[in-house]
Design a protein around this ligand. Structure first.
Ligand code: NAP
Length: 301
């Protein structure tokens, strides 16, 4: 990718800060949009192989109105409140790229944003915001990106922008399938690790693993109705591989519950349950886990 792209990152938390640093390092013009009015310049340092420091303009309306790409890295439940107030400030040509766990957040606002090219992405890169000025790249991963609407279909060049900045990234015209597969894994791992207060590896204990199997069974029935081709044994194999490859890690929902923060359950298990209901599928294990997480949230919110 030769031409620099004007990019605003909406929500420079862990993931947003990680991409901000790598995109700027690759030569793109990157600015940040935060929810607080903070100084107009924000330095961020990236601790990965090398320690590098970058300076970003912050909450700059001119940069926002001229951006080619608005890269939205807030959590699923923050998408609506973060993005809608900015819409009047954007050019209609601005590409909206959403990167968050879970599904359904874009559907909720699609009528308000359908005049923009829209892309969705999912990543397995790991990021940790160590302080307001410091982000750590905790694990190399892979990113999949694809179109949410037909205008988004014309924006495949964004895959090159991402892959030249933070490899590797692939374009998937069937991004929904990739998102469903990620959601299936999240349904199996996130609520159970939060409820049992364990690392991902804790799910291989036989008494907990029987719930993993049950969750996968219900999720696979929904996938089938959504025309996502993945057998129950393939799904369980993938989930077991993720559990063993990330045995020492804490899931994001485990961390959210540990720090008493609102979780993304409504966009993970909650989305699954909505779809199960539409298809007349009973998903009692997922429903129980959903209720337990909502109960935990009620206790600390
Ligand atoms: N971290 C990872 O390794 C990782 C990996 C893969 C996927 N994900 C997914 O990526 C998404 C982002 O995760 P994260 O870990 O980066 O979360 P995060 O650190 O909480 O980042 C979200 C950021 O959005 C900001 N924000 C919230 N509302 C906003 C608003 N109205 N306007 C502007 N900014 C706003 C938050 O600001 P405040 O700090 O003020 O709340 C925070 O800086 C989640 O869906 C997560 O599941 C994360």
């Amino acid at each position: 990718m030769d031409l620099p792209v004007n990019i605003t990152i909406l929500g420079p938390g862990a993931v947003g800060s990680l991409w901000a640093c790598y995109l700027q390092k690759a030569g793109h013009n990157v600015s940040l949009w935060t929810r607080n009015s903070i100084p107009s310049e924000l330095p961020l340092s990236l601790s990965a192989k090398e320690n590098s420091s970058y300076a970003f303009s912050c909450n700059n309306k001119e940069s926002l109105s001229q951006c080619d790409l608005l890269f939205i890295t807030v959590k699923a439940w923050q998408v609506e409140s973060a993005l809608l107030p900015l819409l009047p400030l954007l050019s209609k040509d601005t590409i909206l790229l959403f990167m968050h766990n879970g599904m359904g957040a874009i559907d909720a606002i699609k009528d308000q944003i359908s005049h923009h090219p829209i892309l969705q992405a999912t990543t397995t890169h790991g990021a940790l915001k160590e302080s307001s000025h410091k982000v750590k790249h905790t694990g190399m991963g892979h990113t999949v990106i694809g179109p949410f609407n037909s205008l988004g279909n014309q924006c495949q060049f964004i895959q090159e922008v991402l892959t030249h900045s933070l490899p590797s990234t692939e374009w998937n015209p069937e991004i929904k399938v990739a998102l469903w597969k990620k959601l299936a894994i999240n349904c199996a791992i996130n609520p159970l690790t939060a409820i049992h207060r364990c690392q991902n590896g804790g799910l291989s204990q036989s008494d907990i693993h029987q719930d993993v199997v049950q969750v996968c069974c219900e999720v696979q029935q929904v996938l089938q109705q959504e025309e996502v081709i993945l057998s129950q044994s393939e799904l369980l194999l993938t989930v077991n591989q993720v559990i063993s490859a990330t045995a020492e890690n804490y899931s994001s929902m485990n961390r959210d519950c540990f720090y008493q923060r609102k979780t993304e359950i409504d966009f993970i298990t909650g989305f699954l349950l909505q779809k199960a209901k539409q298809h007349g599928i009973s998903a009692s294990t997922n429903q129980t886990l959903y209720n337990q997480i909502k109960q935990l949230e009620e206790n600390f919110l």
